[in-house]
Design a protein around this ligand. Sequence first.
Ligand code: AMP
Ligand code: MG
Length: 404
Amino acid sequence: MTERIPLHPDEALSIVHSLSVAAPREETVPLPDAAGRALPRAVPAPMDSPPFDKAAMDGFAVRADDASERFRIVETIAAGDVPGAAAPGPTGATGELQPGECARIMTGARVPVGTGKVVRVEFTEVNEGWMRLTEPEPLGNVIRRGENARAGSDLLTPRVLGPADLAVLAAMGIGSVSVAVRPMVGIIATGSELRLPGEPLSDGQIYNSNSFSLSAQARRAGALTTDYGIVRDDRAVMTQTIARALAESDVLLLSGGVSMGDYDYVPEVLAECGVTVRFHKLRIKPGKPTLFGTTDRGFVFGLPGNPASTYVLFELFVAPLIHRLMGLTHQPIVHRGELATQLSRRSADRVEYLPARIADGVVEPCAYRGSNHINGVADANCLIRMELDQTHIAQGSVVHVRQI
Ligand code: AMP
Ligand code: MG
């Protein structure tokens, strides 16, 4: 399907989502390397966690039904010990508690058979091998076998693995995990005016900044990146680099050269390279000229050159696609807060995203002078969205903002 009338960004996003993607290739990585990687399939628990009933407190294990005044201490069980495993001595510990008996036990240790609760040590008094309660213990203080996870149940569902997930896997004895291979994102900055930081600038030239934000955003989203550098506005040169990058990338990101200028060759070069255009031009601000297309092997975005557009469009469209390629559903983080100052605009024929800062439930729009002003985006931690036909949002209104 080729879509050439400006699309609502929500429709555009459903087009991106509607295209089928293959199940991700996977690779097995050791646990320390798994943080930040995408887990595309649920991991079943290989065993019960904890694998035995264990004490949650330092104290004394007693039977549930035992109303004794005092309890004979039959053994001391440290974390790692097996109850009753010590040679039967004068105390005669068997690993199973009888009425009137208790076992001194440490946090994390396996409780003896028959344990109903662990009385915390603070609620007891010990005298010559006997324990007496000084206060009733209201809690059980036993973590039962399988309480955290049952063998065979879903231990982790698909997600980007975080530090706690690594602990969950390690707690199951899992030392390596199969994660999605990182998609390869190619980046090309188009524009004859562009120079690299470090190079001298001549009159009329500017530095390429988009390649740096795009590459950091792509990596943050979980991808690997290849930077194809700057390509000047020359059809032949552009065709060559774009063809090579398309062949090597899962997602190719171009910035610049996609709108109505005389030297905006990107749409024709992409057509020449066999790209099927899925949409070109959105009812969005910033980012109206955005183009999205596909090849047999991957996806390509022609993002506008203005740095704020490039940044915002990546967050809205590219990050979700990268997540899909890794077998995940992208969930933008949305906060709600009260708008600190009113927002007004004359023309409301586009959905508009504005950089803002949210803190303590208050949303403060950033000083922002439009799509060329990446500085305003750098100061932001979220985006406010103004809907089609919405010209005004009153001060104090509750707005939903998207974290960036
Ligand atoms: P274009 O989309 O090519 O018409 O570019 C729109 C604006 O963005 C122009 O002011 C360009 O100079 C600027 N621009 C284009 N590419 C980049 C880039 N890679 N880094 C910073 N600014 C850029
Ligand atoms: Mg240009």
